[in-house]
Design a binder for this molecule. Structure first.
Ligand code: DGJ
Length: 376
């Protein structure tokens, strides 16, 4: 009798535990299926054939900063809360200092998209060459036949060499710029707006640091990156295979000092959330809007509300995930960086909310259930 009662209590406890909604706890430790901390920083997510695949920078215990010693880690999930370790999708190259992705390079913010026409998965990332600080400002590309990899590194470039941005006025193409202008003086700002750094990098190709990818409904893919010494974002169209650039690109908010771009489309408008440039330290996020990807981007406001809104809740944007099958459901993904012990960087995921005018905004939540999107 007594043992039956114990069994019944155990069963009820077990059943009620299992019925608990699975939740996301921004900033808390987030273990994978093996109980190991998810290691996918500066990441992005691809939904493919019923599963989400999260790709991000793999960090090493005790190491500072952003040097890559392992590569890009991949995890999969059906419900956005439970993540299965799928291993290293792109490995840095060991024992070959000649390789551009040799171990110790800086490999940041990897993003993967799927090309319907070629059936290939295409990964792009920000690449800095080993021991060269942040000077190379390249973007690398790798491909795979399988979503989880292994991905094969193709090359790394400074985009759009020898090509002027779309709508760049003819009279500016022949302009010469003084190299003695004082940073942030009115003359210097005017020169940056007029394309001083586009000119400087015209031959070798433009700088590409923090980056993201976006595939529009017509299948055209875009590479969005911080360029011109992080002073101006560039949006560049990718070619049909998604492995190179078509040469069509625009400049967004010259002198705006935006990085960490994350983009999504809602009700016919394109929105981008970016950060300012303060290294690993958080700052206030910025919300931009445009009627087309290659259109006129305008600043709206800081999308964060409530405590710590000026620090984006102590984080920096990395990706905005459209929740599959839902119309108004997006997840803002950001990193709470820990430069002294990079592996301990935490993930800040918040649902994107929309105000009465349809403008997206973000509010802090200690814990939330992705089931909230089921009602949408
Ligand atoms: C901010 C960037 O967004 C990160 O990806 C990283 O490059 C740090 N700066 C390095 O300071």
């Amino acid at each position: 009798m007594k043992s039956n009662l114990i069994c019944l209590v155990a069963f009820v406890l077990f059943a009620s535990f299992n019925n608990q909604p699975k939740t996301i706890k921004p900033g808390e430790i987030w273990p994978d299926n093996n109980g190991v901390l998810i290691n996918a920083h500066g990441g992005g997510i691809l939904f493919h054939e019923g599963k989400y695949y999260w790709f991000g920078e793999h960090k090493i215990e005790g190491k500072k900063g952003n040097q890559a010693w392992v590569g890009v880690h991949c995890y999969s999930s059906k419900n956005l809360t439970d993540w299965k370790d799928e291993g290293i999708a792109l490995e840095v190259v060991k024992n070959n200092p000649e390789s551009e992705i040799t171990e110790g390079c800086v490999l940041e913010r990897p993003k993967v998209i799927y090309n319907q026409k070629t059936g290939k998965f295409v990964m792009w990332f920000h690449l800095e060459l080993k021991d060269q600080g942040y000077n190379a400002a390249k973007t690398g590309v790798a491909v795979s036949d399988k979503v989880t990899g292994p991905y094969t590194f193709l090359n790394a470039v400074n985009p759009n060499a020898g090509i002027w941005p779309l709508d760049y006025p003819d009279e500016l193409k022949s302009k010469s710029f003084s190299d003695t202008l004082k940073g942030w003086s009115d003359e210097w700002k005017k020169a940056v707006k007029d394309g001083m750094f586009v000119h400087r990098d015209f031959k070798k190709g433009q700088m590409a640091r923090d980056m993201t990818l976006f595939v529009d409904e017509d299948g055209t893919a875009y590479h969005i990156h911080a360029s011109e010494e992080n002073l101006t974002l560039h949006i560049s169209e990718l070619n049909d295979k998604y492995t190179g650039f078509t040469g069509k690109y625009i400049r967004v908010l010259p002198t705006g000092h935006n990085e960490a771009p994350a983009i999504f489309k809602h009700n016919g408008k394109y929105y981008m959330i970016t950060s300012g440039c303060t290294g690993w330290d958080p700052n206030a996020a910025r919300l931009l809007v445009s009627d087309s990807v290659m259109g006129n981007w305008e600043y709206i406001e800081n999308p964060c509300f409530g405590d710590d809104k000026e620090l984006t809740f102590h984080s920096q944007s990395t990706y905005i995930l459209p929740v599959e099958g839902k119309k108004n459901a997006f997840i803002f993904m950001a990193d709470r960086w820990k430069p002294e012990n990079a592996i301990d960087g935490r993930y800040i995921w918040l649902p994107v909310k929309f105000n009465e005018n349809g403008i997206p905004y973000l509010e802090w939540m200690d814990e939330w259930d992705p089931g909230i999107f089921d009602k949408m």
